[in-house]
Design a protein around this ligand. Structure first.
Ligand code: ZN
Length: 204
């Protein structure tokens, strides 16, 4: 399986990092080894000083597809979840400056928190109108709604599948809303989708 990540998919987040709003989705990958094992704490790597949390709606692909039209994209998923795209922001800034790929900043072990998945039928709401939050202990640190995405889930599936075959079990991290910030040892990050808690991660 692969983890497809979308960058700069919310205008307010692009702005907070000083990035332009893209005309096409910004796409990068995380390896399977990036997934934080269930119930494991997240250990801040020793080689970075600034790891940001990025809470994101995650879509699970349920069948193989290539060059999927936006109109048919909804047939390729029926469950959504929530995750964190942990990002070593200091390392990423260095790489961006040099025009190098982001992998060192985005693909490290534990950098992909994947919470539980919920069938869309159970949520009873369209994929383009889902509210989600990230709390650090009792304080809300990020809040988003998929209706604010620059590129909708169906559009992302159409765009990505023009150049990459999507397979069953692939995950799409759909981008983070504004509010990214550095994590510290002792943080406890809890993600909720439409009020349902889908993950809780202790930072060490
Ligand atoms: Zn992200």
């Amino acid at each position: 399986m692969k983890i497809i990540c979308i960058g700069r998919n919310y205008a307010q987040h692009a702005k907070e990092l000083g990035n332009a709003v893209p005309s096409k989705p910004v796409v990068f990958l995380k390896p399977q080894s990036a997934i934080l094992s269930h119930k494991h704490p997240f250990y801040i790597p020793t080689w970075t000083q600034v790891v940001h949390h990025e809470v994101e709606l995650v879509v699970k692909i349920n069948r193989i597809g290539k060059t999927i039209s936006e109109r048919h994209a909804h047939r390729y998923y029926d469950e959504v979840g929530l995750g964190i795209d942990f990002t070593a922001r200091d390392v990423q800034a260095e790489l961006k400056e040099k025009g190098h790929p982001w992998e060192r900043a985005k693909t490290f072990d534990g950098s992909a928190v994947v919470g539980g998945f919920v069938p869309l039928t159970e949520l009873g709401k369209p994929v383009d109108d889902l509210a989600f939050t990230l709390h650090n202990h009792d304080q809300m640190v990020q809040s988003g709604n998929s209706s604010d995405m620059l590129f909708s889930v169906d559009r992302l599936i159409a765009e990505v599948s023009t150049f990459m075959t999507l397979k069953m079990g692939d995950l799409i991290f759909t981008g983070t809303p504004a509010g990214v910030a550095a994590v510290q040892p002792g943080d406890r990050l809890t993600g909720r989708l439409e009020g349902r808690e889908l993950f809780a991660v202790n930072v060490k």
